[in-house]
Ligand binder design. Structure first.
Ligand SMILES: *[C@@H]1O[C@H](CO)[C@@H](O)[C@H](O)[C@H]1NC(C)=O
Ligand SMILES: *[C@@H]1O[C@H](CO)[C@@H](O)[C@H](O)[C@H]1NC(C)=O
Ligand SMILES: *[C@@H]1O[C@H](CO)[C@@H](O)[C@H](O)[C@H]1NC(C)=O
Ligand SMILES: *[C@@H]1O[C@H](CO)[C@@H](O)[C@H](O)[C@H]1NC(C)=O
Length: 799
């Protein structure tokens, strides 16, 4: 037995794979390195769940409060407050159902009582030091109130003010409609629909000291059946007067902008200090502009594949608060083609488009063109401030500016993603992306953005983008795919706490919490830790654990960029060996001529390719086994269909990942020819007939005895093989004959108990009779298994 890593070889994976030219060896870049089921997650204590209340659902509205250590969640008829340390430990809940009268009215209006006529919480925003502002659909009659949460964590207050306010323009009526909202300086910005029918969509500003303000009504140039996914404030300069509010949404493409019905992803901008126009656009935004966000991949046929259904956005802050990086999650609109993508946008590109040409057309039957005429001053979209020139409020804007703004809300140029293409595209899977959060992680060789992407199947993908050569050539590494809900359900809310190193997830059926990293699952060797390329994890000398950039420990090993275990771990190899942490699996397997055998070998990492080598004896040269008629390579191992005598030898199972090869398993296969098998059985029969106990403990046994025993072991270890069938068949025949001769048979139950002992302890003394009974038992098990498989194909036999 040698160290697992004793056999690491530096190999150029590409050369290896192409020259050997084998069929199964495609790249595995699109599969997660590790896939953890819901059960795996719970059992490894990497998931804490809140399974939801029987009378609630739709745990979709999240507010993370790291200072108070709470996660406030809005759901159907309830508001919850969870402990960030452990959401299932001590949570508080406030029931906030719609009144019976409202529910009745909702039902009479033709709505579904259980699914629509409840109070679905849609808005949850910090209001002041002690209170949150909260709004719900109120059974198609939106309501808002104040939720007292206290100033400090120890206040432990969680109380809803009894009086309610009208929630129109804050929460939608219909619970299925998306609302994006943000409360700043006592004012609530919300993209929502403001009528019962769900037709009057607008961006509102309500609350606070100003008159409510909104987008122009019934003008599809402004908003065309939008669905809002996010609102953010991004400063434009160091002067707060220039602060802008950005809204992210998807909507129907403008009439004439696209042949047929299409969806476009949009970013809209507003000035925070917009008070509306004086003569025209009174109490309407005068600084609203929108632009299209493009996320597409060029096709080989020249036709781009567009991902237009914007699902979520995440703003990754940078040193400069004016320039966060915007991550957008998109899906396709197509019914035939299911796909998702993540695109990244820079504020520089966004501002350039808003400063570019306005989209213009002369009439309903004209094309949209870039506006070529004279743009009035101050340029529409500019905030009233001292920075960009002399006006104090939007009420002072010249009429021609307001008139122009009213008829030109869209920009002509779209905004393209950084590097002009998505950073992640997924098209060959049965799920779609729904949510994203991104964490900036400090690693030994630099800073990485780790993305956590939620899907509509209740899973989370953890992805890191690693620059290959430059920042323009990114390699997407899918580190983990984890199931975080007990059944497939769309992930609709996601919050990341850097302080707790935890991720919180919402869905229709409950709330889940998971750690950002599970370093221990990568394995127990330095190289496994290194190959994982997880920026959160490093080899600390004894195990794969959380990496802290501050800790100055000489033994920390991590290489995200190259994932090279050779440079990182080779000097530790000896250490591993000493601790006996990794040992190469080395075993002997017996097979019977003309039967089949299966050599099991599946690497821990789903990204590794397995590769089999054959060697006649230890000193012989190794040759690759290719898939052909006799050999079938699967993800679980190697199947040899018909064993020939010449197949005896050493089989090496190698895992190749990221250009590095490791030997996982070394199997010595011995093929027993049929003659020897007959001998063997015949011999046993003689022994059995004469009655003496078969002593298997002595190494000085006759060769046949030893072989008998070893065969027995190998067959018990692999009871699924054809060879077992054949072997057992013969033993069974012999046993029947034997039974006639011998009257007393040892109890079957006793045999079963001894079965374990037989396999584990080679010093067990076994009577031949027991052996026979054992074989019979084994054979019956085998028969039962065969019967079950046959039942799939034909009707069960009558017994
Ligand atoms: C839902 O059930 C919980 C008990 O599990 C109860 O405390 C709560 O008041 C109920 N909510 C409504 C709206 O009836
Ligand atoms: C969270 O709390 C629950 C209930 O008290 C407990 O069973 C569980 O072990 C805790 N989980 C963690 C990770 O602390
Ligand atoms: C916060 O707002 C609530 C509701 O208007 C009010 O009752 C409370 O006094 C305010 N708290 C502070 C600290 O201003
Ligand atoms: C094994 O198969 C080969 C080819 O089919 C045949 O010639 C040979 O007789 C078989 N051996 C036994 C022992 O069945």
């Amino acid at each position: 037995m040698g160290s697992l890593w004793g056999s690491i070889m530096l190999l150029c994976g590409v050369v290896l794979l192409s020259t050997e030219g084998s069929r199964v060896q495609q790249t595995k870049n699109n599969v997660p390195r590790l896939k953890l089921s819901y059960k795996d997650m719970l059992e490894s204590k990497n998931l804490v769940t809140f399974e939801g209340l029987a009378n609630s659902s739709a745990y979709h509205t999240f507010l993370l409060d790291e200072e108070k250590g709470r996660l406030v969640v809005g759901a159907k008829d309830h508001i919850f407050s969870f402990n960030l340390l452990n959401i299932s430990k001590d949570y508080a809940q406030i029931p906030w159902p719609a009144s019976l009268t409202r529910r009745d009215e909702c039902k009479w209006a033709g709505k579904d009582l259980s699914r629509e006529c409840s109070n679905f919480i849609k808005v949850l925003q910090p209001f002041n030091q002690t209170h949150l502002y909260v709004c719900g659909t109120g059974a198609f009659h939106p309501v808002c109130s104040y939720l007292e949460v206290g100033k400090k964590p120890e206040d432990s207050v969680f109380r809803l003010e009894p009086h309610t306010e009208n929630g129109r323009g804050k929460s939608p009526y219909d619970p299925r409609l998306l609302t994006a909202s943000m409360l700043i300086d006592g004012e609530l910005y919300a993209g929502t629909s403001a009528d019962f029918m769900g037709r009057d969509f607008a961006i509102f500003r309500t609350l606070g000291k100003h008159h409510p303000i909104r987008t122009e009504q019934h003008d599809s140039r402004w908003l065309n059946d939008p669905r809002f996914v996010g609102v953010h404030l991004i400063p434009e300069s160091d002067n707060p007067e220039d602060d802008k509010i950005y809204l992210f949404f998807r909507e129907n493409a403008l009439d004439g902008e696209h042949a047929g019905k299409a969806t476009h992803a949009r970013i809209g901008q507003l000035c925070k200090n917009d008070l509306g126009g004086h003569r025209s656009l009174v109490n309407k935004w005068t600084t609203f502009l929108k632009a299209r966000l493009v996320c597409s991949v060029p096709g080989s046929n020249g036709i781009d594949t567009h991902f237009d259904e914007l699902q979520d956005v995440f703003l990754m802050s940078s040193k400069d608060p004016k320039s966060p990086i915007i991550y957008g999650v998109f899906t396709t609109s197509s019914n035939i083609f299911k796909g998702s993508a993540v695109c990244m946008y820079s504020m520089t590109d966004i501002r350039r488009v808003f400063l570019g040409p306005y989209a213009h057309r002369d009439g309903p039957n004209y094309q949209w063109v870039p506006f070529q005429g004279r743009v009035p001053y101050p340029r529409p979209g500019t905030c009233p401030s001292k920075t960009f020139g002399g006006f104090d409020t939007t009420k002072d804007l010249p009429d021609e500016v307001v008139t122009f703004a009213r008829s030109h809300p869209a920009m002509f140029n779209p905004i393209y993603p950084i590097n002009n293409r998505p950073i992640i595209v997924k098209t060959d899977v049965d799920y779609q992306f729904t949510q994203i959060v991104v964490d900036k992680v400090e690693a030994e060789d630099g800073q990485y953005d780790v993305m956590f992407i939620g899907t509509d199947m209740g899973t989370i993908l953890k992805v890191v983008s690693i620059p290959r050569g430059s920042w323009h050539d990114l390699e997407e590494v899918l580190l983990e795919e984890m199931t975080v809900f007990r059944e497939p359900t769309a992930i609709t809310a996601m919050e990341l706490s850097t302080k707790q190193q935890q991720l919180y997830l919402g869905s229709d059926i409950g709330v889940s919490q998971m750690s950002l990293h599970r370093c221990e699952v990568y394995g127990k060797a330095c190289a496994e830790c290194c190959l994982a390329r997880d920026p959160y994890c490093a080899w600390d000398g004894t195990e794969c654990s959380r990496y802290f950039p501050m800790a100055k420990r000489r033994t920390r090993r991590q290489d995200i960029r190259n994932g090279d275990p050779l440079t990182q771990c080779s000097d530790l190899q000896h250490h591993d060996e000493l601790n006996g942490q990794t040992t190469l699996l080395d075993k002997t397997v017996y097979g019977v001529e003309n039967s089949s055998t299966f050599l099991e070998c599946s690497p821990k990492s789903l990204r590794a390719l397995t590769y089999w080598q054959y060697q006649r004896s230890t000193d012989d040269h190794k040759q690759e086994i290719k898939s052909e008629e006799r050999y079938i390579r699967t993800d679980q191992g190697l199947l040899i269909r018909t064993l020939e005598k010449k197949d005896s030898g050493i089989y090496l199972c190698q895992a190749v990942e990221h250009g590095f090869m490791q030997t996982l398993l070394k199997v010595t296969l011995e093929v027993i020819d049929t003659e020897r098998l007959e001998d063997l059985l015949h011999h046993d029969e003689e022994v059995a007939a004469s009655g003496p106990a078969l002593d298997l403990s002595s190494p000085r046994e006759t060769p046949n005895h030893k072989l008998w025993y070893r065969d027995f072991l190998s067959l018990v270890n692999h009871p699924t093989l054809n060879s077992v069938d054949e072997f057992c068949e013969q033993v069974w025949k012999r046993e029947k004959k034997h039974r006639k001769q011998k009257a007393h048979l040892v109890q079957q139950a006793q045999m079963q108990q001894q079965q374990q002992k037989v396999v584990i302890n080679p010093h067990t003394h076994m009577h031949a009779q027991e052996l026979s009974a054992k074989w019979k038992h084994l054979q019956e098990r085998q028969k039962g298994r065969n019967r079950r498989t046959h039942e799939l194909e034909r009707a069960p036999r009558s017994v």
